[in-house]
Design a protein around this ligand. Structure first.
Ligand code: NAD
Length: 476
């Protein structure tokens, strides 16, 4: 379903007329989205302005990551170019430029602030100074990232305060720049987790994170991973299972995973053979017709994966349903159906796959929902099931880390699918505008987040919930 206001706003005449006439009509920015699968240098010749702490491990990783991804680094902070940046410039031919001020007319694709050395609330002034000068230089659909250390690992309350402040700061910046189609996120890097920064930075600085904004990414080092991520075709040779793959977010996910090299098993309900078969054919994968709530579903899925493909590396629990009614009017079978499809089936299928079928260094992603985090009238069953997934993911993830397996939840906000097309027109319009980006997301936006969490480059992120919601005003 297309969003008329996003389409109209792409026309400069329309935007100008709305501004000049002072009309109370939102003009959301059409988001820049990726043109195809991952490339080696996704930031080719793009200006990324970095407030460098000038020392430490994070600085070195930043220098190499940006140069390797093809960006043109611009440094603010140090008096001269630090040795890490010089070394990266020599290795990748991307010399850094030093800035004392933000030059007029300069346009940046990305603004990155390294706050990993914050110790007291006084240090927060650095955020103001940098972003006050540089935020006006951020171009449409640009990217803001603040890198900090986790507050719960601080050595004293003042240090914890300075670190935690980054979270509130980034959420507010996301709201301020959303109408430009730009995003702002924070990455909290735990001790020894710097090695996992490149994958997250590549994702957050690229178009693949178009609908991901205003949230923290907690990078930890608990995972035992032996894999060096490859940036192009990162899923070559991997087998992925996507449930609910016949349409919507599931179909988009099957496509993006296959584009990155995975062989995708597209699972959906019997009765959806035609649609599911088409998607499977399109992505060069295999259809699997199973009702995930059936008693024999876990065994049938296990058997199909083992016999046809020898196992599985990526499991995406995407199939989900709504059965909306206020609680007093809800029939018991509606409660049961929503909880069983969205939560019960996920736990039973994982129970059958994790030990015997899922290979080491595997990835599991469960589709939660912003409604599960925030609650919603008429969705007690749905929200209970989606919040239940969050508890499940947080508790199960640590036990999988020793095998290099990550388990995360993705919580979409308002996404343009048949689920949201069924919402009455006025509510639907309000839902679209209720985000920092002022529009609904597309299935591919969620698919990109799921795919990132399925790649080796997302090691370090586990047991977490990530929203794909454009900075929804409700939800965590
Ligand atoms: P959709 O209705 O377009 O697709 C869901 C798919 O799941 C369908 O193909 C359906 O046939 C399949 N499915 C349902 N029950 C099944 C069963 N018992 N066995 C096998 N397959 C089954 O939905 P969507 O909008 O693409 O949503 C995908 C996921 O994202 C769901 O878990 C949903 O709750 C979640 N989500 C969506 C939104 C949104 O705005 N669209 C928002 C938040 C969360």
């Amino acid at each position: 379903m297309s969003d008329l206001l996003v389409d109209l706003s792409a026309n400069p005449w329309f935007k100008q007329a709305v501004k000049q006439l002072g009309l109370p009509i939102p003009t959301p920015q059409k988001l820049a989205r990726p043109a195809g699968p991952r490339v080696a240098r996704p930031l080719e010749s793009r200006a990324v302005v970095v407030h460098s702490a000038g020392d430490g491990v994070v600085d070195g990783v930043l220098a190499t990551t940006l140069a390797e991804a093809g960006a043109d680094p611009h440094l603010v902070g140090p008096a001269e170019i630090p040795s890490d940046w010089q070394a990266a410039a020599e290795a990748y031919g991307r010399p850094a430029t030093l800035h004392a001020d933000a030059p007029d007319g300069f346009k940046a694709h990305g603004l990155v602030f390294d706050a990993s050395n914050f110790k007291t609330p006084e240090d927060l002034r650095g955020l103001y100074d940098f972003f006050n000068a540089w935020l006006p230089r951020l171009r449409a659909c640009g990217r803001v990232i603040v890198i900090a250390r986790p507050a719960d690992k601080a050595k004293d309350p003042l240090e914890a305060a300075a670190r935690a402040a980054v979270d509130g700061f980034i959420r507010s910046v996301a709201r301020e720049i959303g109408r430009k189609g730009a995003t702002a996120n924070a990455v909290f890097v735990g001790g020894r987790a710097e090695k996992y920064l490149p994958g997250v930075l590549r994702f957050l600085l690229s178009e693949r994170s178009a609908f991901i904004t205003g949230q923290p990414f907690q990078l930890g080092a608990s995972l035992r991973s032996k894999i060096e991520p490859q940036w192009v075709k990162p899923l070559d040779g991997k087998v992925a299972l996507v449930t609910g793959a016949a349409r919507g977010i599931g179909a988009a996910t099957a496509e993006v995973l296959a584009g990155e090299g995975a062989t995708v098993v597209c699972l959906d309900r019997p009765g959806d053979e035609e649609l599911c078969g088409k998607i499977a054919q399109k992505v060069g994968g295999r259809p699997l017709m199973v009702d995930i709530t059936g008693d024999d579903a876990p065994a049938r899925i296990k058997q199909a994966l083992l016999e046809q493909l020898g196992g599985v590396d990526i499991v995406i629990h995407n199939a989900g349903i709504t059965r909306d009614k206020t609680l007093a009017r809800m029939k018991p079978e509606w409660w049961d159906q929503a909880v069983d499809v969205n939560l019960g089936a996920v736990t039973r299928i994982n129970g059958a796959l994790v030990d015997d079928v899922l290979r080491d260094e595997g990835r599991i992603v469960c589709l939660s929902s912003v409604a599960g985090l925030a609650g919603n009238v008429g969705q007690t069953n749905y929200a209970a099931s989606k919040a239940g997934l969050v508890g499940y993911v947080r508790t199960l993830a640590p036990s999988l880390s020793k095998r290099g397996i990550t388990l995360n939840a993705v919580a979409p906000g308002f996404i343009e699918t048949r689920l949201t097309a069924a919402i009455p027109a006025v509510t639907r319009e309000a839902g679209r505008r209720m985000s920092a980006l002022g529009q609904g997301g597309l299935p591919v936006d969620v698919a990109e987040l799921i795919t990132f969490l399925s790649t080796p480059g997302s090691a370090g992120l586990t047991g977490e919930v990530f929203r794909a919601c454009g900075g929804m005003f409700i939800g965590a």
